[in-house]
Design a protein around this ligand. Structure first.
Ligand code: PLP
Length: 380
């Protein structure tokens, strides 16, 4: 079977190359070299010069991610935010950006800082409101539309194709933060996005032991060349060992995400009519506003959900503290299940309801997870 005909589950399990040619090793080697000796003609032996520009291990991680997203190329960074910052560095001075009202707070923080320094101007909009989006985008001036889907922590699903059409009609690029979906569940480039972003800290690595980010492009163009240059000159590349850990993590991406998604649907259905739960926010439920778009756009519904406990801060706090398997930690996409009381994290001013608990469902036994939630809800 030729390499190109392999399905993503297969090529990712084999880390693309299956065996190292020189030794037959079924595990990809870790190249730690920061520099590469030239040959007798003083030419580079391979394309590698110095690891800030990439090395074989970093390249392998990038190739896998690009293939997973059906993209032309990928770049990995030392954190998710380093990747987003590099993308924003590709914008012209004073460029106009359209971004969602609700998004990862760190991205919003970065945009605010760039706005304060007059590097960009930003209009915030609800991307599910296409008329508002059309009004927000200024033809010829808006360079980038940034969006996230599903939207943390309510998991609204944004129609990528519809947003891409509006952005492209006005000459803007669309970049999608697809961290909470993972490439198993959504491939935004297939729906018309120009750039996909992942915090690889989450599902791609999946073991809560690597901090990193990735950008993937649909095509080779001036913005992509600039993104690569920005990474080269600012040095925010993912280190070789982290790239190697990421490759190892990605080999189990499909089984991890599919198992977690299967448990999530079971948990959501179990809790939907639970007397201690006011509502369950999960795109896999028919009651969820994003369900129809999710069915069109996503393969399955992912493993992120939120539950609103019946009661307020106190009851919700008691549930979080009673959980034994779900760990009370921030982040998402790891093999271990996590629960977070978002209001406590985001503070008094946040519009997030007091009783919302965000769950990142891991790969533990489904019945154990349901039993854990049951016993904790009984303590509300
Ligand atoms: N985007 C989303 C949706 C995230 O959840 C996060 C981190 O939580 C980031 C971006 C930033 O990534 P990192 O923490 O790897 O810098």
């Amino acid at each position: 079977m030729s390499e190109d005909s392999r399905s993503p589950e297969t090529f990712v399990a084999h880390a693309l190359h299956s065996v190292e040619e020189a030794t037959g090793s079924v595990v990809p080697p870790l190249h730690t070299a920061t520099t590469f000796a030239r040959d007798n003609d003083y030419q580079l032996r391979d394309r590698h010069l110095y690891s800030r520009y990439g090395n074989p291990t970093i390249d392998q991680a990038e190739e896998i991610i690009a293939r997973l997203e059906n993209g032309h190329d990928a770049l990995v960074f030392a954190s998710g935010l380093a990747g987003i910052a590099a993308l924003f560095e590709t914008l012209k001075p004073g460029a106009h950006v359209v971004a969602p009202e609700i998004m990862y707070w760190g991205t919003r923080d970065l945009m605010t800082r760039m706005l304060e320094k007059q590097r960009i101007t930003v209009t915030y909009v609800d991307p599910s409101d296409l008329d508002a989006l059309k009004t927000a985008i200024v033809p010829g001036k808006t360079e980038l539309v940034w969006m996230e889907t599903p939207v943390n922590p309510v998991w609204d699903v944004i129609d990528i194709r519809a947003v891409a059409e509006v952005a492209h009609a006005a000459g803007a690029d669309l970049a999608v933060d697809s961290t909470s979906a993972s490439p198993v569940v959504t491939r935004p480039l297939d729906h018309g996005a120009d750039i996909v972003f992942h915090s690889i800290t989450k599902y791609l690595n999946g073991h809560s032991d690597v901090l990193g980010g990735a950008l993937v492009t649909r095509e080779d163009n001036a913005r992509w060349a600039e993104a690569r240059t920005v990474r080269n000159v600012t040095g925010g590349v993912l280190a070789p060992f982290e790239s190697w850990l990421l490759i190892r993590g990605m080999r189990t991406l499909f089984v991890r995400v599919n198992k977690a998604a299967e448990s999530s649907l079971a948990i959501a259905r179990h809790l939907e009519h639970h007397p201690g739960v006011e509502k369950v926010l999960y795109p896999g439920l028919q009651s969820h506003p994003g369900h129809e778009i999710a069915r069109r756009q996503m393969d399955g519904f992912g493993a992120m959900m939120s539950i609103c406990v019946k009661g307020g801060m106190a009851e919700t706090g008691r549930v979080i503290r009673a959980l034994k398997i779900f760990l009370p930690a921030t982040s998402l996409g790891g093999v271990e299940s996590l629960a977070e009381h978002r209001k406590v994290i985001e503070g008094e001013d946040s519009p997030i309801p007091d009783n919302l608990i965000r769950l990142s469902v891991g790969i533990e036994n489904t019945e154990d997870l349901i039993a854990d939630l049951e016993q904790a809800l009984a303590k509300a």
